[in-house]
Ligand binder design. Structure first.
Ligand code: SF4
Length: 217
């Protein structure tokens, strides 16, 4: 496992590589952010942005989503994976927003997690990006990078990864690190073919060293 100094090296290196890392979903307000994050499950940000470009013109408020039949909303998002369930969740979520939160997205975790389709990861993204609260959302990239580098253990589940990252990374760096780890995983330490031979973190990365040794055999 990486020590404190090595973790500092990781954070600084990712900061140098991706100083402007930020969410790549497009939205204009917190309500649109929740919808976009919900739509992004098993879909790329690019494909979500394509859909929301027209979706957010047609639907501006929770009431707008509730005013159409479910089938119409399903048609509007059909190009994305899981469109049937996502449309159902969007309408349920909008109903809860109208009935319990005066049509506004709440900022507290316990209330966010009351919304259909919003689990811990989505709540973390909304808290961090929408309300500037420190949070680390662990998606597939964050989990893979944390495990390959040895910040977390291979056997850790998503919650354990989040807890470990929160323990080892200073709170004021949680949100920015979350974005930088996503960029690092998306563009450099990819699921297949991570760029280990040109990685500035190779000297401290157990997985990278293993992969390089294999290539040299
Ligand atoms: Fe990822 Fe390879 Fe870099 Fe390790 S050395 S962080 S596995 S790209």
């Amino acid at each position: 496992m990486l020590n404190k100094k090595e973790i500092r090296f990781v954070l600084d290196t990712m900061g140098e590589m991706y100083p402007d890392a930020d969410i790549e979903l497009e939205f204009d307000n917190t309500f649109e952010l929740v919808i976009a994050v919900l739509l992004s499950a098993q879909a790329t940000d690019v494909s979500v942005n394509k859909v929301t470009k027209t979706l957010f013109t047609k639907y501006k408020t929770p009431e707008d989503y509730l005013a159409v039949p479910l089938e119409e909303l399903q048609d509007d998002i059909r190009s994305l994976g899981l469109w049937r369930n996502k449309a159902k969740n969007i309408q349920k979520l909008c109903k809860t927003l109208v009935e319990e939160f005066d049509g506004k997205v709440p900022s507290e975790r316990k209330n966010l997690e009351k919304l259909a389709g919003v689990g811990r990861k989505t709540a973390n993204v909304v808290m961090s990006v929408g309300f500037n609260k420190p949070a680390i959302a662990v998606d597939t990239h964050v989990e893979r990078v944390a495990k390959r580098l040895g910040i977390c253990r291979w056997k850790d589940n998503v919650n354990q990864v989040e807890q470990t990252l929160m323990k080892k990374i200073p709170e004021e760096e949680w949100s920015v690190t979350h974005h930088r780890m996503i960029f690092f995983g998306r563009y450099h330490c990819k699921a297949r073919n991570p760029n280990c031979s040109e990685c500035p973190l190779l000297s401290i990365c157990r997985e990278g060293k293993k992969r390089i040794r294999k290539l040299e055999k």
